[in-house]
Write a new protein. Sequence first.
Length: 197
Amino acid sequence: MEEKIVYFEEPGAENTGDTLRLALERARARGINKIILASTRGDTARQAAAAWAGSGVKMVVVPHQYGFMAGQRFPPELVEELRGQGHAVHFGTMLFHTERLFGTDTPRVMANLLRTFCQGMKVCVEIILMAADGGHVATGEEVVVVSGTRWGADTAVVALAAPSTRLGDLHITEIICKPLQTKQGRPPQIPPPEKMD
């Protein structure tokens, strides 16, 4: 089997339109009608709702949990608007930020390991677990998952969902797109070795 993966030269919001298009294309190709989407301030959720209107795709939008940062940044009026369109919005515990509660570094280690792929991969895994914990997707359900690096969307995968109590059942089956650079900014350039005569 061959499938295309799109790599964006730089991470960030400028990739949102392409990421949403690629995610919908893959969802249609796989017969998937549910997309889990990370959206902190609501901009990406608004853009996705408009881009996917009439497609039959239902979103599970996962913002930051309440209390994660000062004030909730996802607009309450948008929650009602999205729910009115048949989408779900789930505010759940951000599982990779629980080390203070559990007194272990395991969540941080998992997050850092996933960030070796890119920031969006860490967020994709986290929001799958959160959506399943909230009952919005079933264990083993095939979904498309979309997230990004700080703002917008630049990462999308196909996955089999699982709740946090069954982490071993979660599987990323396809990478649709991701940034080529796994960190913000470019890696330092190493000068070529000097020629020896």
